[in-house]
Design a protein around this ligand. Structure first.
Ligand code: AHZ
Length: 308
């Protein structure tokens, strides 16, 4: 029945099977010369609708109480998700990404150029996810940033304890009074991104929520959505003002971002370029080592929270 399938459906990793393919046969062997009789297995349109909606609503139900919410699926957010989900398969991790297409600013190495530079020791991360690179001494080069991003994304999306909600915007933080008189972040307020973009010209469209004891914000430097949590900390008076991102200095910027990745407010870890807006760090431009290692550090900071 529908209810039974809802409970045991795609969420149960044991039900997700990868059918063994016959390795002696290529796709061309299997399909070649058979196009004359070609026919897909039949389907009713409602089966397609239900296949999608049932799973999505089950995911909304399951992740309404998450262990961790990662805001932003750029290079830092996905590196965080990969490291944390691998270390703690028992944690339920929701990733909320405003764009339809996850990946943030990491589909090109810089400007319109394909190759992606990472300074050592970020090559350790590439080895872990299995992305090949050319070793140039102090730095390594991946032949296309999209090879890095698509590999990282495929690993994260395949993890049974991670759900990516894309085209979904975090438009506020859930707070509770903390013992020290400050506030603690205990979740996020979400909406479809298109709804968030239209709050000014449509009547009220209330949001949805995800409760989580820990939020990791990696929303990048300032932009239409960027630096979301950093800016919200100011507007909710949790901090006085932003440091503001400084000019480009690859050497100081990357170290500062990795070292600065931390719990910036109770319940809120911040990583990646969003930190440059909070702390007043330099930007690094098209070198990505700091983004992946900030992700590793954010995961380590999160582990500390769950260990205490
Ligand atoms: O869509 C944003 C992007 O994919 C997403 N995001 C931002 N605000 C959001 C919100 N809710 C949900 N309120 C939101 N999602 O966050 C992602 C940020 O990815 P990014 O690649 O911009 O940030 P990063 O810190 O992972 O990597 C930044 C890399 C650098 S360095 C640099 C420079 O020095 O100039 N420029 C870039 C892009």
């Amino acid at each position: 029945t529908a209810t039974k399938e809802l409970k045991t459906g795609a969420l149960d990793a044991k039900n997700v099977v990868l059918q063994a393919s016959n390795e002696d046969q290529t796709l061309l062997d299997r399909f070649g010369d058979k196009w004359g009789d070609f026919k897909f297995a039949p389907i009713r349109e409602s089966q397609v609708s239900r296949a999608m909606t049932r799973r999505y609503f089950a995911d909304l139900d399951r992740y309404a109480e998450s262990d961790v919410v990662i805001v932003g699926a750029g290079s830092c957010g996905l590196s965080t998700a990969y490291t944390l989900a691998k270390a703690r398969p028992d944690l339920k991790i929701a990733i909320v990404e405003a764009s339809v297409s996850p990946g943030g600013g990491c589909w090109l190495g810089g400007q319109l150029f394909s190759a992606m530079v990472l300074r050592k020791p970020a090559d350790e991360f590439l080895n872990d996810i299995g992305v090949p690179f050319e070793d140039e001494g102090n730095y390594v080069v991946v032949k296309h940033a999209a090879l890095f991003m698509s590999t990282l994304m495929s690993k994260v999306l395949a993890m049974p304890n991670v759900k990516l909600f894309n085209a979904t915007c975090v438009e506020d933080l859930i707070t509770r009074p903390a013992a020290d008189g400050n506030v603690r972040i205990v979740g996020v307020v979400t909406n479809w991104t298109l709804v968030t973009l239209h709050h000014d010209d449509h009547s009220c469209m209330d949001p949805n929520t995800i409760n989580a004891p820990l939020v990791i914000s990696t929303t990048g430097h300032d932009g239409p959505f960027g630096a979301f949590s950093a800016k919200r900390l100011v507007s909710m008076n949790a901090i006085e003002k932003l440091g503001g991102m400084r000019g480009l200095d690859m050497n100081s910027a990357e170290d500062a971002i990795v070292k600065g990745t931390r719990e910036v407010s109770p319940g809120l870890i911040m990583g990646g370029m969003e930190l440059s807006e909070l702390d007043g760090a330099n930007r690094m431009g098209p070198t990505f080592g700091a983004m992946v290692l900030s992700g590793v550090k954010a995961a380590e900071e999160a582990l500390k929270v769950f260990e205490t």
